[in-house]
Write a protein that binds this ligand. Structure first.
Ligand code: PLP
Length: 406
């Protein structure tokens, strides 16, 4: 094959994807230590089953497929109205945000939505991305040719990075130069921290003044415990004119395998809304009916109570991780309004080296902060999605290695 026919931007991507590198190391360790039970607090996948009310709704939808009167084929590309109405009423109305169903686009995942949305913008726009953050924003723009070359410090030269670290209390500053697109992630993966109302207001003002668009990923919004914190960017005045919001049922309702999410493009950005509609109707054929019935049941009173309890159980793990590490003298962030704990490593330890140390000494898997951006290189991410007993065991193993790890 002639390499000239390929998209050369893919050559600019930084090595292989973070999680596949980790999976390889873990699998090598397991082969070498077949008797050891590894505890995985690394990849952000959920472990608790989908709640009974949602499962019942999906079962009923399966039965509908078995009869010619109720069978469904292709559904609306934007999602069934019953689900878009349930989202508007269940997710946004309680936060005082009014949305109409035609501003909501149901999809099979936020990963594809956040990766695909950049298609609507010119190749030449400048973008700002937090550092550290979920890697998909950056990689999808590298693939599209917007990032420029990878520098030795791990940054791409056309990207404006927004640093999040202990020094600024993880409250990003808006860019100091004009950019057209700004990705924000709150609650943040990987730091587990939440952008304050003041910070978000500054970003919305920046967007208004510079004609920029904010791409706001709130995949973990339902983990926010503090009711005073912003759950949706549309709680900020003026955000409907400049912000697109991505939400997912993956972490809020255990849909990582089932697949369902949604993106909000308000009517105030009509051109963009129509473009996303055109994009989705051209390249996407909708989420299956059974899954959408399940997602709608998340907003029934029983479904909501059951999913809240699952989230509460993960947040008990988060508290346990945070408090156990603190008791050993560690500095940790997050874990209060998000299922991620961001561990500041002692003595500026390299996060990839620390990954190996933790695996070898405790058989515990976490995620090196450096995989989320250069600002994460001395941090380590642990997730609260594990089984409670195994999470407790992991923390005991870590505490037992206090001399090496802290
Ligand atoms: N956005 C963030 C910040 C995430 O951490 C994840 C998954 O880990 C996603 C989006 C992807 O969600 P989905 O499962 O809906 O594709």
């Amino acid at each position: 094959m002639k390499t000239g026919i390929l998209n050369s931007n893919y050559q600019l991507l930084a090595e292989s994807y973070l999680f596949s590198q980790i999976a390889e190391k873990v699998s090598r360790f397991q082969t070498a230590h077949s008797q050891t039970r590894i505890i995985r607090l690394g990849i952000g996948d959920v472990t608790r089953p989908i709640v009974p009310t949602v499962i019942d709704a999906m079962h009923r939808a399966v039965d509908e497929m078995a009869s010619s009167e109720t069978f469904r084929g292709y559904g609306p590309e934007q999602g069934y109205l019953f689900l878009r109405e349930a989202i508007a009423q269940g997710e946004y109305a309680p936060r005082g945000v009014e949305l109409s169903p035609d501003e909501i686009f149901v999809s099979d995942g936020s990963k594809c939505d956040v990766a695909n949305f950049q298609e609507l913008f010119s190749d030449r726009v400048r973008i700002a991305i937090p550092d550290p953050v979920y890697p998909v924003y950056l990689d999808s723009n590298v693939m599209a040719g917007r990032a420029g070359a990878l520098q030795s410090d791990g940054h791409y030269d056309n990207i404006v990075y927004l640093s999040a670290n202990a020094e600024n209390d993880f409250q990003l500053d808006p860019p100091h130069c004009p950019v057209a697109l700004i990705y924000l992630c709150s609650p943040n993966n990987p730091t587990g921290t939440v952008l304050s109302r003041e910070t978000l207001t500054r970003f919305v003002r920046y967007a208004q003044e510079n004609g920029a668009i904010i791409l706001f990923d709130a995949a973990y919004a339902n983990y926010i415990q503090d009711d005073a914190l912003v759950h949706t960017i549309y709680e900020i005045e003026g955000a409907k004119e400049c912000a697109v919001e991505f939400r997912s049922f993956s972490k809020s309702a255990g849909f990582t395998g089932v697949r369902c999410a949604f993106t909000v493009v308000p009517r105030q950005m009509e051109m963009l809304r129509k473009m996303w509609l055109r994009r989705q109707t051209t390249k996407f054929n909708g989420v299956n009916y059974i899954v959408q019935r399940g997602a709608a049941a998340v907003y029934s009173p029983e479904g909501a109570a059951e999913t809240r309890e699952v989230i509460a159980s993960y947040m008990r793990n988060a508290a346990l991780i945070r408090e156990s590490l603190q008791a050993c003298g560690a500095t940790v962030y997050g874990g209060k309004d998000a299922p991620y704990i961001w561990w500041k490593l002692p003595r500026e330890t390299d996060s990839f080296q620390f990954f190996d140390t933790l695996l070898e000494n405790c058989a515990v898997v976490g995620t090196p902060g450096g995989g989320f951006g250069p600002q994460g290189k001395h941090y380590f991410r642990l997730t609260a999605f594990g089984d409670p007993a195994r999470t407790k065991l992991a923390m005991e193993r870590i505490a037992a290695q206090k001399k090496i790890l802290f």
